[in-house]
Design a protein around this ligand. Structure first.
Ligand code: ZN
Length: 311
């Protein structure tokens, strides 16, 4: 069954590798092309993520360099990787092709300059999370003790996203930030977050936040990172499915997707260690859910609710 994965950090690894890694098959990449093919990942979102310790005046350059890897290493050397630049492009993927879409994990790279966001949009960014775990000029992240919401600049970014049919991603935001985005964003999404009721971590969403997301026709894409699945011990695929069960119990059966976080994590769910194992999750889901429901989680909920189509 085809999968659309809303989050991976392969671009960060490619950038850190300074040209030493091949997207086609380097084993260091959980989401290399060979593994995506084996796992039947039909489309993969590639996050631009800038480490907080990169000096502010070098962050935009670092973002452009990661985009350069996207264009030249991911797309340029692999004709079967197809750039998803418009929402309708998902419908044009042919057999054997894999779609690739750029996303932005935290707006630190643009400083206070919306022109830079416009440039990133023109280069193909179609989902923008305001923060990573720390604070920036747009908002506070989930790890920022201050716990503030959006700045005026953060609200301008959400308006920009609304105007350009860009998803606004709440994964990594502070609680207050999540509520404000849910109020303001036309296209809210959580690209890689689980249920806080099952695993009490600030990166996860409360039941109330999840319900508000579903009411807004948004999506929650569950993340495979063990610390967001279960507090300790071995983490199994069945533990991840409990998060899907929880979101379904809140009315989310048509609002759930997948957001692996591969290449951004170093601990793994057993039997879900890289993209090539993705069908293990699908097969386990098929034991618990109807096929059409699993198809929804795997890709169809996202396709139905993507901007310009379902909302
Ligand atoms: Zn992340």
């Amino acid at each position: 069954m085809n999968i659309i994965d809303l989050h991976c950090d392969a671009l960060l690894k490619l950038w850190e590798g300074k040209g030493s890694l091949r997207f086609a098959d380097s084993p260091e990449l959980d989401t290399n092309k060979t593994r995506l093919q084996k796992g039947k990942v039909k489309a993969q979102c590639f996050a631009i993520f800038i480490e907080p310790d990169i000096p502010s005046d070098q962050k935009f350059q670092a973002a452009l360099e990661q985009i350069d890897y996207f264009y030249n290493e991911v797309l340029g050397k692999n004709p079967d990787m197809v750039h998803i630049k418009e929402w309708a492009d998902f419908d044009k993927l042919k057999l054997g092709q894999i779609g690739a879409m750029l996303t932005l994990e935290g707006v630190d790279a643009i400083g206070n300059d919306l022109t830079k966001l416009h440039i990133l949009y023109q280069l193909g960014v179609r989902s923008v999370g305001l923060t990573w775990n720390n604070a920036n000029l747009a908002a506070d992240g989930a790890g920022e003790p201050r716990g503030a919401g959006l700045t005026l600049f953060g609200k301008e970014i959400v308006s920009f996203n609304n105007k350009h049919q860009i998803l606004t991603d709440v994964s990594h935001l502070s609680d207050r930030g999540i509520w404000e985005v849910l109020e303001l964003a036309e296209y809210p999404i959580a690209s890689h977050s689980n249920s806080r009721a099952l695993c009490d971590h600030p990166r996860n969403l409360t039941d109330e936040q999840a319900e508000a997301m579903f009411r807004k026709n948004g999506l929650i894409h569950v993340v495979y990172h063990p610390p967001f699945v279960k507090e300790d011990g071995e983490t199994k695929i069945s533990d991840l499915i409990k998060h899907i069960d929880r979101f379904c119990s809140l009315g989310g059966v048509k609002h759930i997707g997948l957001g692996s976080d591969f290449d951004g994590i170093s601990k793994f769910i057993t039997d879900l260690e890289d993209a090539s194992k993705s069908q293990n999750l699908i097969n386990e889901l098929l034991k618990h859910y109807r096929e059409d429901e699993v198809r929804g989680f795997a890709c169809e909920n996202f396709l139905r609710l993507r901007p310009g189509v379902g909302r």
